[in-house]
Design a protein around this ligand. Structure first.
Ligand code: GTP
Ligand code: MG
Length: 420
């Protein structure tokens, strides 16, 4: 199934915690601190894969999570950093932060693009040893990885977009000029999803995209084509194919105007894009049909080429005209990221509550971890703990909330009296 939009959640891995450990060896009395650092959490990258043409994989799996980094261990053993998660998407996938709609990336190049950064591993206590602090009984916890709700939207990368009514021969044309093998048949909406083909011309090449046919009212959601117009939004050049023979009883001039009308309704910028107008099926058309159409288009100041995709007469003239136009046009549009990362959380969030008995409770799992890893009787550890209380803004908040000397404060299983 062709899926060109998906919503997913990405969660990068957390950094591993640093270890608190002391060197132990027979006959060695007081070994130094040897707690290793935690490993980094895995990041999530997206990379373009030309073998993929749809976002179907992301329709069914909603959450992707990279592994956490390993915790550090004693004996200066550092935790292993987690592998990054590198996910494949079709080339031309636009990545947005879901809520804001801001663009995080346009995955159209060859390099993997970082979307969610993994957390950093915390330092083990070995890193905290200084000449004056020889017995650090604390280590740093790893930081959280980034996590975002993300929308993916495919906007194909192609130089040339083929547009026109159903059955005019768009897929036939693509099949004779490129390596693509689209389905071709004598009924409307043979093409149900875009096809890409690489067209070689002299020593250059370009990519052409064939999309489902457009019909009157497409911009109001009639038929299939409208949804697919986004896939030619960044084409540099449009080849507008018209069945010049009127073999389906429509007037080719009406067809031409109708399609332009639908383009305008979808996106005026797209309607203003450079077009090469191609009258197809000359093998079925009379000379008068051909001349009437040609003079109408030329009178409007545009170039008109005629061909028969089936006999291939005139096809190379269209290819040459595309190559020539493309050489004058700017490169394929890239969407620039405008995503602003939300204010970075310090990883030291807390909540303060006061119960009926007047006891204060500080809810902060990171602080409990510090307490667990510390020895409160140890001066160095106590200082580190007190600094954490001050740095994180907990003390200030307690004071604002009216804490008094001697009040009881609880953090997890620990209890203290407030002293100024
Ligand atoms: N006689 C003649 N028939 C053609 C020509 N080009 C295409 N056809 C026929 O027209 C029919 C439709 O061709 P497709 O290439 O599938 O047309 P399409 O524009 O891709 O159609 P949709 O995918 O339905 O939008 C097929 O039966 C083709 O064989 C041509 O130059 N001359
Ligand atoms: Mg087709």
């Amino acid at each position: 199934m062709f899926i060109d939009k998906a919503r997913i959640r990405f969660v990068a891995g957390k950094g591993g915690d640093g270890a608190v450990s002391f060197h132990r060896e027979k006959y060695v009395a007081a070994g130094g601190p040897d707690g290793g650092d935690g490993g980094n959490g895995g990041s999530i990258y997206l990379v373009a894969d030309d073998h993929l043409s749809t976002l179907a994989d992301y329709k069914y799996r909603k959450k992707y999570q990279a592994e956490d980094g390993e915790n550090g261990r004693g004996n200066r053993c550092h935790g292993k950093s987690a592998d990054n998660l590198i996910l494949k998407v079709p080339r031309g996938t636009i990545v947005r932060e879901y809520e804001s709609g801001q663009i995080m990336a346009d995955v159209s190049g060859d390099e993997p693009v970082l979307i969610c950064k993994g957390g950093r591993g915390g330092f083990g206590n070995a890193k905290f040893a200084t000449p004056t602090r020889q017995i650090p009984r604390f280590a740093k916890t790893g930081t959280q990885g980034e996590a975002y709700d993300i929308s993916l939207e495919l906007k194909l990368i192609a130089d040339v977009g083929l547009i026109g009514f159903p059955n005019v021969g768009k897929s036939t044309f693509l099949s004779v000029i490129s390596n693509a093998k689209p389905k071709i048949a004598n009924y409307h909406f043979t093409t149900l999803s875009p096809n890409l083909g690489v067209v070689k011309y002299k020593d250059t090449s370009f990519v052409a995209a064939d999309i489902p046919g457009l019909i009157e009212g497409a911009s109001k959601g009639i038929g299939l084509g409208y949804d697919f117009l986004r896939h030619i939004e960044r084409c540099r050049l449009l080849v507008h194919i018209v069945d010049i023979s009127g073999s389906e009883g429509r007037d080719p001039i009406d067809d031409y105007n109708q399609i332009n009308e639908e383009l305008r309704a979808f996106n005026p910028e797209l309607a203003a894009r450079t077009q090469i107008v191609v009258g197809n099926k000359t093998d079925l058309a009379s000379d008068e049909d051909v001349e009437r159409f040609r003079s109408y288009i030329e009178d409007k100041g545009f170039k008109c080429i005629t061909m028969s995709a089936i006999t291939t007469e005139g096809v190379q003239t269209v290819v040459a005209a595309c190559a020539e136009e493309l050489s004058k046009l700017p490169p394929v549009k890239k969407y620039e990221p405008d995503f602003v990362k939300p204010e970075k959380k310090s990883g030291r969030e807390f909540q303060i509550e006061r119960d009926d008995s007047g006891e204060w409770e500080i809810i902060a799992p990171w602080l409990e971890r510090i307490l667990m890893q510390s020895n409160i009787d140890d001066y160095e550890s106590l200082m580190y703990f007190q600094n954490s209380l001050a740095d994180s803004g907990i003390l200030e908040r307690l004071e604002q909330m009216g804490v008094q000397e001697g009040d009881s404060i609880r953090i997890g299983d620990y209890q203290f009296d407030y002293v100024t």
